[in-house]
Design a protein around this ligand. Structure first.
Ligand code: TXA
Ligand code: MG
Length: 362
């Protein structure tokens, strides 16, 4: 299959291009498109055959449910069986935006879209409610595609399963060229890590995946306690995460990645010592540094993820950097750690998974 890569001006999407993309969605095909978090791989959420094509193109395990993207709040009422007042409050505050809500699903949403939801039996052994994940993305191209197609769009991140999520159209092309009919290139994304997922089907709302919207922001709007899925904070990963996708070894670069944590000076010294050790054994080594420390390292490849004080930049650059190390064929990567004040938890969640939880404390 020939993949069409179309440049789209995010501020003024070309109507002809959007019409062509919308027609692909309506006829059951796949279109990759930008959102504010990462690029998504979209299909008509209510068409089981279209959903199956997503799993095939990504090589995604079929038990891992998709997020349904909408462009109007009213659409929520047609795919969720119940819309609790909490969902309205959160939508008011954060939609369109990087927040996904899990709600009980209406019958029109096919099981193909919700991953067969075998997980339901595990998570809700007593009542067996089936859920659906829903989000309204804050990106003009994504919203135009949903609107123009007249479809709600199921979309996972547009990467091959197991690779870092794509933050620019080139990443999508590397993974999916020849496998999908169209990629809409709206330039690099703004946020760079996937949406926060909140489960509203339990008594106490629970974060299943940390993201740009934090626990504190959610609690402030809801006026009640929000919990974090213990399965995603346990660094020894003994507890099983509730979002099926969080259990897979995602985002792993080809090289062995190890995080080093501690005071800056000690971290730099430790990483340099580890680099020398590996290089002495004939290996090629990369380092993930910050603007502040970039010049202090001696390695084969030293990349800066941004200024330590600019956590938004750190999130935005993370996946791109992990992909770059794959291109350079390094054997080992050492990274500083980024437990920054607001979205540090979301950043470290991704980085810890990429590192297979290998951390050295100095
Ligand atoms: O920012 C984002 O959310 C991006 C953009 C494209 O919107 N999408 C994204 O989709 O990250 P994906 O498929 O890569 O991740 C969806 C996550 C998976 O971990 C999946 O297991 C979880 O959402 N999920 C979906 N439906 C669920 C459900 N009913 N219950 C629990 N977890 C669910
Ligand atoms: Mg993904």
């Amino acid at each position: 299959m020939q993949t069409k890569l179309i440049k789209i001006d995010a501020d003024d999407p070309n109507k002809e291009d959007m019409r062509e993309a919308a027609e692909i969605i309506r006829s059951g095909g796949l279109v990759a498109f930008p959102t504010e978090t990462v690029y998504g791989l979209g299909a008509n959420a209510l068409d089981p055959e279209a959903s199956k094509r997503i799993y095939a193109a990504k090589g995604r395990p079929s038990d891992n449910p998709l997020i349904v993207h909408i462009c109007r709040f009213e659409e929520l009422l047609s795919i969720a069986k119940e819309v609790p007042p909490q969902a309205e409050k959160l939508a008011d505050a954060f939609w369109p935006g990087p927040l996904t809500m899990i709600l009980p699903k209406a019958d029109i949403v096919p099981r193909e879209t919700t991953g067969g939801l075998d997980s339901v039996a595990v998570r809700f052994p007593s009542d067996r409610i089936a859920q659906v994940a829903i989000r309204m993305p804050n990106h003009p191209v994504a919203l135009a595609l949903i609107d123009e197609s007249g479809c709600m769009i199921a979309a996972p991140s547009a990467n091959t399963s197991g690779k870092p999520s794509p933050t620019e159209a080139g990443h999508v092309a590397l993974d999916l060229d020849g496998k999908i009919p169209m990629i809409l290139d709206g330039g690099p994304v703004g946020i760079g890590i996937e949406s926060t997922i909140i489960d509203l089907t339990e008594k106490v709302p629970m974060i299943l995946r940390p993201g740009y919207i934090t626990k504190e922001m959610l609690e402030e709007v809801l006026g009640e306690e929000v919990r974090i899925d213990p399965g995603i904070i346990a660094s020894d990963s003994t507890k099983k995460p509730k979002a099926p996708g969080m259990k897979y070894k995602h985002y792993a670069p080809k090289a062995d990645l190890v995080l080093v944590e501690g005071e800056q000076e000690a971290v730099v010294a430790e990483i340099n010592a580890l680099v020398r050790e590996k290089q002495a054994a004939g290996l090629k080594v990369g380092v993930v540094a910050t603007d502040e420390t970039e010049s202090l390292y001696q390695a084969d490849y030293v990349v800066t993820i941004g200024a330590r004080s600019d956590e938004d930049a750190i999130a935005r650059h993370l996946y791109k950097i992990l992909r770059e190390f794959d291109d350079w064929n390094v054997d080992a990567i050492y990274s500083e750690s980024f437990s920054t004040p607001r979205i540090g938890q979301a950043i470290m969640n991704r980085l810890m998974k990429a590192a297979g939880h290998q951390v050295i404390h100095v």
